[in-house]
Design a protein around this ligand. Structure first.
Ligand SMILES: Nc1ncnc2c1ncn2[C@@H]1O[C@H](COP(=O)(O)OP(=O)(O)OP(=O)(O)O)[C@@H](O)[C@H]1O
Length: 255
């Protein structure tokens, strides 16, 4: 099963952001999308999710046009973790996660015991079960990011799309989320995430897609594409590497 964007032109009513984009995400793989600020990553994600209409080309899920899939089926198929937001209404954290379960029942039905159990298990998975009865508007940015992750997983989708999932997280939680992403792919989900840290792509992704000015700069296996040359071209900045003598692993440093 795949999500596929074919020959996509992406953008907003008054602005073309990118064109000629072909993206494919299969179950069981992790695709990392990297690129400079304003390069089009979020616009591409939203187009693949059907939140923005492509100006050209099409998005297909399971080889059917995305727009032909009923909304409820889309919700069961694809989970989305947007860039962290503040929230307007003071829902409890548990209620926010339970919203992920509406993909599996009626929007207006009361949550079942199963829904509550799954939601609490997801909060526990990210070490934030103690926040369940707190107001979503009164927790930290990093905590909100973990709640949104828990909500997307409570949805039990086949694909999960994450926009900068580690942006507000502390060092420990960044590692936890990277491990979680790998675990999800091992469990058979297809995962697409954006990041500003090539090291996170190195840790968690099977493939990477480099996007600059709405154009694909390179795409392929992590070890082939994450090179100093490609990263310097992507960010128009100097990049250095640190090599660990024992493991042979490489880390990238900006500047
Ligand atoms: N709602 C909008 N209407 C018009 N233009 C927009 C809108 N949102 C973003 N843009 C523009 O589209 C371009 C791509 O933005 P996008 O958010 O996709 O970039 P990004 O790669 O996700 O950036 P960042 O890394 O800073 O989050 C930018 O030039 C941005 O100013």
């Amino acid at each position: 099963m795949t999500i596929e964007g074919r020959d996509l032109s992406i953008g907003y009513p008054d602005r073309l952001v990118g064109s000629g984009l072909n993206v494919r995400l299969a179950e069981g793989e992790v695709l990392a999308l990297l690129g400079p600020n304003g390069g089009g990553k979020t616009t591409l994600l939203k187009t693949l999710l059907g939140l923005l209409v492509p100006r050209r080309g099409e998005v297909r899920v399971m080889d059917k046009p995305l727009h032909e899939l009923p909304i409820a089926e889309r919700a069961r198929m694809i989970g989305y973790v947007p860039q962290v937001h503040h929230g307007t209404f003071a829902f409890t954290v548990e209620s926010v996660v339970l919203m992920g379960r509406t993909a599996h029942g009626s929007l207006f039905a009361a949550p079942s015991a199963d829904d509550r159990e799954i939601s609490m298990a997801m909060l526990d998975r990210f070490g934030i079960a103690s926040l369940a009865q707190r107001a979503y508007t009164e927790i930290s940015g990093g905590e909100r990011q973990l709640v949104l992750l828990a909500r997307a997983l409570a949805q039990e989708p086949r694909f999960i799309v994450l926009d900068e999932p580690t942006a507000s997280l502390d060092f420990g939680n960044q590692g936890k989320v990277m491990n979680e992403i790998r675990g999800l792919a091992e469990a058979g989900l297809g995962v697409l995430f954006t990041t500003h840290d090539p090291n996170h792509a190195m840790r968690a992704a099977t493939r990477v897609y480099l996007l600059r000015d709405g154009t694909r700069l390179a795409e392929g296996k992590v070890t082939d594409v994450l090179t100093v040359e490609n990263l310097e071209a992507l960010y128009r900045a100097n990049v250095q590497t640190l090599r660990d003598e024992r493991s042979g692993g490489v880390a990238f440093l900006p500047g």
